[in-house]
Structure formats: C-alpha cells, structure tokens
Design a protein around this ligand. Structure first.
Ligand SMILES: [Zn+2]
Length: 320
C-alpha cells in the first residue's frame, strides 16, 4: 500500500493542508481554509474536517496516512513541538504543544517546526538546492528568514539560526527615513531584515521612487530604465550582497537559495548578484546563488518532509 504524509502549512491568515506522496515527493491534493485564531478547539476541528474530506475524496484509508508534518511561523521547542509565540497572529496556539495535540487528536505521529525550516527541506530535496550539500535558504518576505541544511537535513534540532537576518548591512550614513524611523526590534540599526525584506524594499521604494509603489511595479519600472527605480534597486541589491557575503563566512554554503515572492523578479539581476558574491572560506569554494522555483504548495511539501526527514538519517528521537 502506498503511504502518504499530511503536510500542514499554518499561516496567520490561511492554513494549507495536503496529502504528500512520500515516494514521489509530490502533493497529491490540497485544501486551503481560513486559520481559526481564537478558539483552539475550532482550530483543530478545522484541520480534522479538511483532512477527512481530503482522504475521502482521494479514497485514501486512514491507515495509509503514515504521519503528519506541520510548519508554522514561530520558534518551535523540540519538546512536544511547542509553539513559542505567533506574535498575535494565532493567539490560540501560543505556548501550545502542537505536535502532542495533533498526535492526540488525529492518532498519527507528528513533527512540527518553523515554517521556513520546512521550506528549506523542500528546497534542498526537490527545489533549487537539490544536488548541493550545504544549502543556505534565505527567504525575503515580511522579514528575512535563514536556514542551513546539509545533505537535505537540518544541522540543529531547533531553529537556532532563523533570525540570522539581523546582521548589519547599512552604515550610519546610509540612513533611509522610511526604514529607520522606527528601529528594528533587534536594535541593530541598518540590519539586513530592516533593509532587504520584501516589506523593507516596498518602504524604501515608497521614499526613493514614489509613495505607495509596490515591489512588482518597482521592478517593472527599473526594467523600463526608470532612473529612480534603478537607483533604489541598486542600493537594495548592494545591501543584499553585503548580507549574503557575511553569511558565506558564517555558514560556508555551496549554494544560497533566495526564496520569497519578490525573488522571482531578481532573475534578470542574478548574474550581477552572483558576481558580487565574492566571499570565500577557501580557495576551492564557489558559492552559487539561485532563486527558488518552488511553487505554491512548497509549504505543504516542506511540512511533510519534516516527518519524512527521519528516514534521511535524522535523529529518530525527533519523531514526537
Ligand atoms: Zn533587525
């Protein structure tokens, strides 16, 4: 009998659930539903309902579901898969032992981890990092998420480096009013997150190009040769490279995979970015820069891989 693993991608607004074929590493079918934020019972009820509907429609008997993997935007403590804090996004899950709860309610073993760590597993298994040993995933979204995988597995059992995007990339004389009006919570002025996230780029473009401009429009304008847009992007990429070069010295990656919606627009600039990635840990090293090509369901796939990961030489005690 073919086995499936359930992948849960729990977001602040929407939750995605899918059945993942563990042999082909593909999402067989998926559902999206609004995330219940306040009532814990309703949160788990929604998952149970979506799962039974998915299994029913695809004629998958409960015993064919081997386990559950879940990714969520929080630090996850290994013990019980406990959610640290969702910073107000999903209050009913704060400090909840999510892996224990899912296991008790759905009767399957469960792995829970930070959502960007789950995506990093997908990148290194079937994404742009496949085939490389040391893959550093740098995700540019609301913030900047960082995760290293080595041979398709994590190097730490908990997300010790996911906040490594708070390294300094701008000097005091590179103050940008739209970014620095409020200091980042890390207290490093000019940190990479407060410069190179998708949110920061939008703020910067709003000041340097035109109020209210979106990132997509910014890239389109730059492509048409607009001077303001090009200057803004040149500064953004310069800062991004300062951060990535520091990360080469910290993580010594063979490949850096840039993820997050805005990075699709980086393709025309990839050659120049690669040229600017000059840091080397030794004379043979050639860290390669790539842009994620994973699709919409990568969060589901990554979450399922958290569970599947145990078969790739991971510590079995991670299986809660
Ligand atoms: Zn910061």
């Amino acid at each position: 009998m073919r086995n499936y693993v359930v992948g849960l991608d729990i977001g602040g607004t929407r939750t995605k659930i899918g059945l993942v074929d563990t042999q082909e590493l593909k999402v067989l079918d998926a559902r999206i539903f609004p995330t219940e934020k306040k009532e814990k019972e309703r949160f788990f009820g929604g998952i149970r309902e979506a799962l039974s509907e998915l299994c029913g429609k695809n004629q998958i008997p409960p015993e064919a579901v081997a386990g559950i993997g879940a990714g969520i935007g929080s630090y996850i403590f290994r013990e019980g898969g406990t959610v640290d804090s969702t910073w107000g996004y999903i209050p009913c899950l704060d400090r909840v032992a999510l892996a224990d709860e899912l296991r008790a309610r759905l009767g399957k073993s469960c792995m829970v981890d930070n959502d960007l760590r789950a995506i990093a597993l997908a990148e290194s298994s079937v994404g742009a990092g496949a085939g490389s040993s040391r893959v550093l995933n740098v995700t540019l979204g609301t913030g900047v998420g960082v995760c290293l995988t080595v041979d398709g597995a994590f190097t730490d059992q908990e997300a010790y480096t996911h906040l490594a995007g708070h390294i300094k990339v701008r000097d005091r004389d590179e103050w940008v009013e739209a970014l620095d009006r409020e200091r980042c919570y890390c207290s490093v002025s000019g940190c990479m997150e407060n410069t190179c996230s998708a949110t920061s780029l939008r703020k910067m473009a709003g000041q340097m190009v035109r109020p209210g401009i979106g990132n997509e429009e910014l890239f389109a304008l730059a492509g048409e040769g607009d001077e303001g847009a090009r200057t803004c992007l040149a500064f953004f990429f310069d800062c991004l490279l300062r951060g990535l070069n520091q990360m080469v010295y910290i993580f010594s990656p063979d490949k850096i995979v840039l993820g997050g919606g805005i990075t699709k627009a980086f393709r025309p600039y990839l050659g120049r970015l690669q040229q600017g990635l000059t840091a080397r840990v030794n004379s043979r090293q050639e860290p390669e820069l790539a842009i994620s090509d994973l699709e919409e369901n990568s969060g589901i796939l990554g979450a399922a891989l958290l569970w599947v990961g145990q078969y790739k030489g991971m510590d079995n005690s991670l299986l809660w």
